[in-house]
Ligand binder design. Structure first.
Ligand SMILES: NC(=O)c1ccc[n+]([C@@H]2O[C@H](COP(=O)([O-])OP(=O)(O)OC[C@H]3O[C@@H](n4cnc5c(N)ncnc54)[C@H](O)[C@@H]3O)[C@@H](O)[C@H]2O)c1
Ligand SMILES: O=C(O)CC[C@@H](O)C(=O)O
Length: 464
């Protein structure tokens, strides 16, 4: 069904949509549910279409908090534990209005071209590099993520890894699992007084900085932006200086052309002898063959790697093999290398909160057209309508950011009372939200088709 097209009368559409939260486990506090998403008494929920017609595809085992939240809206939700290949997605995404993914699913141009009804994407994680954001915006598809709900989980894992690397815990644990008793202190150190170099001082890097200082580490960091140091941390002006000074180096930058292989042969050469490297950012940031060479030469005393250039689509034995990344066996044979399966953000707390945060963002966009916090789309929000706003229609119009389109839109809206209107642009895409009153149910079809016929149109939705 095409959910953009009007199909109900205004009166038929007045049913309230419940936005109450699903049951929350008592140990989970600090939920990042957006303000205003529930307990706002007289809010009138908009209903663009029968909510049971909304099809949502959730992949990669996103948290049950999201599933509960979306089902409560009455949407049809299909839930899959693993990711899908591009070919599978091209079929599966047909007819779907919203898709929820984590870091593995690639929403490429080809997949988005096949997505005939898609209006919104939820990345139930921080990273959005797995989505063709620009093409999604060109198609009028807003993309939301959870920018910091798992930051603390990653920072805590890194702190644990700093200690484990420094004490060679990974190797000792592996040996004893195979019956070997190897009580040694050679090359094992306290972390107190050592220097941690953080590359990328954003949400995770800065959180790590605070925890690390509390453990007695000195912190230096490098970032392309000037960022206020927390505690006694010190920003350095070059990556090279950081590599030269740090005992532990931890990467917290996004995947980008600039960060691709940013730690490679030259960077390993610049490190202190016997230093340690941690990468829980993206698999493209560290060149693993160079890291293997640095480990074998003794330049690196150890490394902890959570992310890889290629990662399996789902869990299972035998999936992390040379067929995935050609150097896998060689990496496994190196000493003091801790490897984890991209679990930096995988805690109950983080996943629960991400589930609520992103499913709320999807719901607000589907039900109200609110695009605030979208990562690829103009951010527009109008106040929620109340029960007093009878016979009000909300017009959502995404269009090319070219001169003259707004004039044409307003020529179409001119016969109605425009109660509120807000428009913004981001690059080549613009998005207008307007509440118009005095709009009879019979005029909705005409309004929709006139907006759809405008040359700059990307997509039109009417909520009422
Ligand atoms: N392992 C996991 O499970 C996991 C969990 C969450 C996030 N992540 C990844 O961690 C990374 C960091 O996340 P975040 O939330 O802290 O991001 P963020 O956007 O808050 O911070 C990134 C920082 O990197 C800086 N930066 C960008 N390019 C740089 C460059 N070339 N050199 C130096 N600094 C640069 C930015 O200025 C910014 O301060 C992302 O790649 C994210 O996808 C991984
Ligand atoms: O949960 C995931 O798949 C991704 C976790 C992390 O890399 C993120 O980007 O938030």
């Amino acid at each position: 069904m095409d959910i953009s097209k009007p199909r109900q009368t205004v009166d038929e559409s007045m049913n309230q949509l419940s936005l109450s939260p699903p049951d929350k486990p008592s140990f989970l506090t600090g939920t990042v549910r957006a303000p205003g998403s529930y307990s706002q008494p007289p809010k009138r929920a908009l209903k663009p279409f029968a909510s049971e017609d909304i099809k949502i595809l959730l992949l990669e085992n996103v948290n049950q908090s999201a599933l509960g939240n979306l089902k409560e809206q009455g949407y049809q939700v299909e839930f899959l534990k693993s990711s899908l290949s591009e070919d599978e997605l091209v079929e599966k995404i047909k007819g779907v209005h919203a898709v929820g993914i984590r870091s593995k699913t690639r929403l490429t141009r080809r997949v988005l071209e096949a997505a005939d009804n898609l209006i919104v994407i939820g990345c139930f994680c921080i990273g959005t590099n797995q989505v063709d954001l620009e093409f999604a915006a060109e198609r009028g598809i807003a993309v939301f993520n959870s920018p910091y709900a798992n930051s603390r989980s990653v920072a805590e894992l890194v702190i644990g890894e700093i200690i484990c690397l420094s004490r060679q815990v990974g190797d000792r644990s592996m040996e004893i699992h195979y019956g070997e008793w190897n009580k040694v202190s050679n090359g094992c150190w306290e972390i107190r007084g050592k220097t941690l170099g953080i590359i990328g001082y954003g949400h995770i890097g800065s959180q790590l900085s605070v925890l690390a200082e509390a453990m007695g580490l000195h912190v230096v960091y490098y970032d392309v932006l000037p960022i206020m140091p927390l505690g006694s941390a010190k920003q350095l002006s070059s990556l090279h200086e950081l590599l030269h000074r740090a005992d532990f180096i931890s990467c917290h930058v996004p995947a980008s052309p600039e960060t691709k292989n940013m730690i490679s042969n030259a960077e390993f050469a610049a490190m202190k002898n016997g230093s340690y490297l941690i990468n829980a950012s993206r698999g493209t940031v560290v060149d693993i063959p160079s890291m293997i060479a640095a480990s074998k030469s003794g330049k690196l005393a150890g490394a902890a790697i959570d992310v890889y250039p290629a990662e399996p689509a789902g869990n299972g034995k035998g999936k992390f093999a040379d067929s995935l990344n050609s150097w896998t066996s060689e990496l496994c044979s190196c000493r003091n290398i801790i490897m984890t399966p991209h679990i930096g953000g995988s805690t109950e707390e983080a996943q629960y909160n991400i589930g609520l945060e992103v499913s709320d963002a999807l719901t607000r966009y589907i039900n109200e057209g609110n695009s605030v916090s979208a990562v690829n789309f103009p951010e527009v929000s109008l106040r929620s309508l109340t029960e007093a706003d009878t016979n009000v229609v909300r017009v959502l119009f995404a269009h090319k950011n070219v001169p003259g389109v707004l004039r044409q839109v307003n020529e179409i809206l001119v016969n109605h009372n425009i109660k509120a209107q807000f428009s913004d642009s981001r690059g080549e895409i613009a998005y207008l939200v307007a509440d118009i009153s005095d709009c009879s149910s019979s005029s909705l079809e005409t309004l929709h088709s006139r907006l759809e016929s405008l040359p700059g149109k990307i997509n039109t939705r009417l909520l009422y």
